[in-house]
Design a protein around this ligand. Sequence first.
Ligand code: ZN
Length: 394
Amino acid sequence: MTKFALVFAFLTSICSWAQDGSAAIKHAAPVLAEDLTIPDDGIRVSVLGYHDLAENLPETAMRIHTSKFRKQMETIRQLGIKVITHAEFTAWKKGELQIPNKAMMITFDDGWKSVYTDAYPVLKELGFPFTIFLYKNYVDGGGKALTTPMIQEMAANGCTIGSHSVDHPYPLTVKSFRKKGTEIYDAYLRKEIGESKQFLESKFSCKVTSYAYPGGFFTEEMFKLGVEFGYSEMFTVVPGKIKRTLPNEMLPRYIVLGNYDKVFEMAINFRESTNGPDLAAGSTPGSIQTTPFPVTPEAGAIINTRLPEISADLSTIENLNPATLSMKVAGFGEVPATFSEETKKFSWLVNRRLRQSSCQVAVTWKDATGKAIETPLRWSFQIDRESAYFPDGE
Ligand SMILES: [Zn+2]
């Protein structure tokens, strides 16, 4: 199985995405439109998401060795990647600030004590700003939780505070409230999204303007509330780089797993942001992509089904020989796509669930004289985490 499937398997176990009869409330996860009022500046930002650290405990998806964390931070410095503050990120996203070509933001979810004892010294030493997404009920939660003085000290030294809800509900809980009707669900979300913000703001005398969905799980109702409560960014756990035009309610983030180094490697790879848009087609999720022909799912889109129809509208090609058309889909190889003489669409309905978070497609053909196109039509799209996590028996 693929590496991505492996990653998802880890995250799935952590997030308790059990078989819960989710199909009953399977809803159309919204695909928010890109904000094209602020032009894309070609810059891509990686946001890293960590959880717990320890040197002398086994690494897990959610716990990384302190020495490995240090190594990763040093790698960022060596590569000349600029670690930006949350405020800089917000300003850049709004189109008010220019940032370097390779930029990164570092975040920690939940509020583990080890962020203070293990990560903070490293970050302080390297001068890296960071953000902690705290959930109300775990602040001063005892045991392995961060305490108020620890948070205050970090906040005074380059740490931004973001919200991670009141109670860190798992998707199962959120879904059960969603089933209870609009009013109850709305009140529930207002508490998780709104009360957590008020709590953190009054406790730490700061403005809280970002939210990380617990377990990365979101529903469309959360988007409106996020705006209403004044969040300028809401982060998921879908890996990918952030470009300026991405909707602020669904920002990707690389959750760095302690037992799977590939995620960090993906996050620090900025190849596509320096190569320009043309070479970016079909590369990394979240990167800018342009296709010379209309395609579905659109290049760079985040979709909510694992069984989409993949198509390319080739009606503008004049001397296409349909018999030579070929579509290749990552994980499937060449697929039996069909060409419609009427619509000039070359399409294939995915017949086995896409298991990866990102899907790459390549279409090639020859013209009437038998000459193959020089550059295959390539693009990629992302599969929304929620759909991607549903077990096979959904
Ligand atoms: Zn969390």
